[in-house]
Design a binder for this molecule. Structure first.
Ligand code: SF4
Ligand code: SF4
Length: 240
């Protein structure tokens, strides 16, 4: 039932994407910064950073329209897409893009705040929307499950940073918990994970922290032994 609700929310988020993309766009944030404006996307990214200090990456698993588009593509290509270099690329993209945005904010200051800047984006804006939605869809189709989340997403680093900030400051946040004794090594959690994470290994290590986890709870709901649960807690100490 929980997964039906999650997928329903994600699907509706995809329907709203033509309207909400203005608040999620790495391109419009640049155009606004050139005008000396902090726009809705910048405010949204700041909000996601703050939210993730307690909520980790719940947004990615439950609300993100880009995630919904990828899940559609994932139905056609469910190949796992995960690895150190596949993950690293999004941080390189994010550092270049966000450094440029900060540069433009400094150059074009003093800044005005206008959440609705470029709301009337017209035809050009919708072409940008279709380009972004198509890149998300076809990149995932070519790579595998949530390939864009792993390798390109410009929003994920904000939320990974939020989670790291929480851990550094010992702030409790949303995270998974494992019961090593209950696990029968059936591998169902690995199969269910939309982020292609080796969940079974994490359970057997007794440490469920993973920056790629989008808190979708597929592994929690798919485990026949209820060996995975979730809650709000501080960072676990490593179990050897
Ligand atoms: S689904 Fe549950 S029992 Fe099976 S490997 Fe994963 S944690 Fe262990
Ligand atoms: S580890 Fe579990 S909660 Fe995290 S992304 Fe994978 S299935 Fe979802």
């Amino acid at each position: 039932m929980r997964q039906k609700i999650r997928k329903g929310i994600l699907a509706y988020s995809a329907i709203l994407f033509p309207v909400t993309f203005i608040f999620l766009s790495p391109y419009i944030i640049i155009v606004s910064a050139m005008m000396g404006v902090i726009n809705g996307s910048a405010i949204m990214f700041a909000f996601l950073f703050l939210f993730s200090i307690v909520g980790s990456r719940l947004y990615c698993g439950w609300l993100c329209p880009g995630g919904a588009v990828q899940d559609m593509a994932g139905n056609a290509n469910s190949r796992p897409w995960y690895g150190r270099f596949k993950i690293l690329s999004k941080y390189i993209i994010w550092i270049i893009w966000f450094s440029f945005v900060i540069f433009l904010w400094i150059k074009n200051g003093p800044l005005k705040i206008n959440p609705l800047n470029m709301f009337s984006v017209g035809l050009a804006g919708f072409l940008v929307y279709f380009a972004v939605a198509s890149i998300i869809y076809f990149f995932t189709l070519a790579t595998g499950k949530r390939g864009m989340c792993h390798s390109i997403c410009w929003m994920a680093p904000f939320m990974v940073l939020g989670g790291k900030t929480a851990d550094l400051l010992h702030i409790p946040r949303f995270r998974l918990k494992a019961d090593r004794e209950a696990c029968i090594a059936c591998g169902q959690c690995d199969k269910k994970c939309p982020m292609s994470i080796g969940v079974q290994k994490m359970v057997q290590r007794g440490n469920m922290d993973n920056t790629e986890c989008i808190c979708c709870l597929e592994c929690v709901d798919g485990c026949p032994k209820k060996a995975i649960s979730f809650g709000i807690s501080r960072k676990q100490k490593k179990i050897s």
